[in-house]
Design a protein around this ligand. Structure first.
Ligand SMILES: [Zn+2]
Length: 206
């Protein structure tokens, strides 16, 4: 019915590169180095989606050794992972994320990132959580880190198919009878007889 997915990623800041987080270009003097566009949030999101359907990780699907992915738009990775989720018979319920970076401040751009991620995932805005923290005491001042969790829900058609499969099964009359009695709170007939007969016996003794 439900599946959970988790993804994590980190990239180092380098001067002279554009900064892209969650598919949004942010004004900053440094960008994230990586084989693709270095979008740490979309990479963690891709891993969370793939992980939720046990389909491996981003490196297996898009090997850094492949020149095809040099400078690639990470939105491509998210789209691919989303397709894997759909093929497995699931759809995305919601996503939550935490970014950890010293600079730039994410707060002023959070709404824009949320909107872009929701658009990429084709889910309502309120189903995408974007949070950010600074790396206090972690010594990762020159890196951006992203944690992402996703919740998937089984698609409707599959639910219907599962219900039909259950209905096709032969009912078990003995178990059904016991269950029914428990649900209705009806005591077992034999016990009732025993208790009433003992009452009669005690009356006679008096
Ligand atoms: Zn990455």
């Amino acid at each position: 019915m439900f599946r959970i997915g988790y993804g994590w990623d980190s990239h180092e800041f380098k001067r002279g590169l554009p900064l892209k987080i969650g598919g949004v270009k942010l004004p900053h003097d440094r960008g994230l180095a990586g084989h693709s566009d270095g979008d740490v949030l979309l990479h963690a999101l891709t891993d969370a989606l793939l992980g939720a359907v046990a389909a491996g990780d981003i490196g297996a699907h898009f090997p850094p050794s492949d020149p095809k992915w040099k400078g690639a738009d990470s939105a491509t990775f998210v789209q691919h992972a989303l397709k894997r989720v759909a093929n497995a018979g699931y759809s995305l319920a919601n996503v939550d994320s935490t970014l950890i970076l010293a600079a730039p401040r994410i707060g002023p751009h959070a709404r824009k990132i949320q909107a872009r991620v929701a658009e990429l995932l084709r889910v309502p805005l309120e189903n995408v959580g974007i949070k950010a923290k600074t790396p206090e005491g972690m010594g990762t001042g020159n890196a951006a880190i992203a944690h992402v969790v996703v919740l998937l829900v089984k698609k409707r058609q599959d639910d219907d198919r599962a219900l039909l499969a259950v209905a096709d099964e032969t009912p078990q009359p003995v178990i059904d009878d016991v269950v029914e009695r428990v649900l209705e709170g009806v005591p077992e007939p034999e016990k009732k007889r025993t208790s009433s007969s003992s009452k009669i016996t005690s009356k006679h003794r008096k």
